[in-house]
Design a protein around this ligand. Structure first.
Ligand code: ADP
Length: 189
C-alpha cells in the first residue's frame, strides 16, 4: 500500500502533482477541496456549510472534515493506495489519519512537502483566480488562507519529521522537474 500525503501551502501545486502521481502509480486520489467544491456545486447542506468557511479562507471544523475523509476512504475498494491532497491540514487531522490507517493495518508511507516561496504562491493563486474563477482565489482571501496555513497547517512539517515520514520537495521549477524529484522520493520508499 502506497499512502502518500501531498502537503504544501495553497498554490504549491498539490493538485497538479497529485494527478501525475495517480497516473504513474495507479493509486486513488482524495482532494478534500475537490470534495467540498463538488458539494457546493450540488447545493447540499454540507456544501452550504463548506462555502461559508471556504469564502472566509478558514478551515472547516476538524470533526466534519475527518468524517468526510473517512467515508471517502471507505468508498475505495481494492485500492493500491491513496494520495491525500489537502488533508491533513491540522495536527488533529494528522492524528486522525494515523489512527484511521492503523485501524486498516496501514500507515502513511511518505509526506511530500512542496516548498514554494510566498511571493510565488501569491502570483500563482491570483493567476488561477483569473483563469478559473475560483471564488477563494482573490487577493484578500488568499492572504487569509496563507495566514491559516502558517498558523494551523505548517506545524505538520515538524509533526511528520518526528513521525519519520517527511520529505522536502523543491516546488519551484518546471512541472516535469518537480515530478521527477517526487517520483525519485516515492521510488526510494
Ligand atoms: P488550496 O490548497 O489552494 O487552499 P484546497 O482546494 O485544498 O485549496 O482547499 C480549499 C478550501 O477548502 C480551504 O481553504 C478550506 O476552507 C477547505 N478545506 C480543504 N481541505 C480541508 C481540510 N483538510 N480541513 C479543513 N478545511 C479544508
Amino acid at each position: 500500500m502506497l499512502n502518500i500525503v501531498i502537503f504544501g501551502a495553497p498554490g504549491s501545486g498539490k493538485g497538479t502533482q497529485s494527478e501525475r502521481i495517480v497516473a504513474k502509480y495507479g493509486i486513488n486520489h482524495i482532494s478534500t477541496g475537490d470534495v467540498l467544491r463538488a458539494q457546493i456545486k450540488a447545493g447540499t447542506e454540507l456544501g452550504k456549510t463548506a462555502k461559508s468557511y471556504i469564502d472566509q479562507g478558514q478551515l472547516l471544523p476538524d470533526e466534519l472534515i475527518i468524517d468526510i475523509l473517512a467515508s471517502t476512504l471507505d468508498s475505495f475498494q481494492e485500492s493500491k493506495g491513496v494520495i491525500f491532497d489537502g488533508f491533513p491540514r491540522t495536527i488533529a487531522q494528522a492524528e486522525a489519519l494515523k489512527k484511521m490507517l492503523a485501524e486498516r493495518g496501514q500507515e502513511v508511507s511518505i509526506m511530500l512537502d512542496l516548498d514554494v516561496p510566498e511571493d510565488e504562491l501569491m502570483t500563482r493563486l491570483i493567476k488561477r483566480g483569473q483563469e478559473s474563477g475560483r471564488a477563494d482565489d482573490n487577493e484578500e482571501t488568499i492572504k487569509k488562507r496563507l495566514v491559516v496555513y502558517h498558523s494551523q497547517t505548517s506545524p505538520l512539517i515538524d509533526w511528520y519529521k518526528n513521525d519519520g515520514k517527511y520529505q522536502h520537495i523543491n516546488g519551484l521549477g518546471s512541472m516535469e522537474g518537480i515530478f521527477a524529484e517526487i517520483a525519485e522520493a516515492i521510488d526510494k520508499i
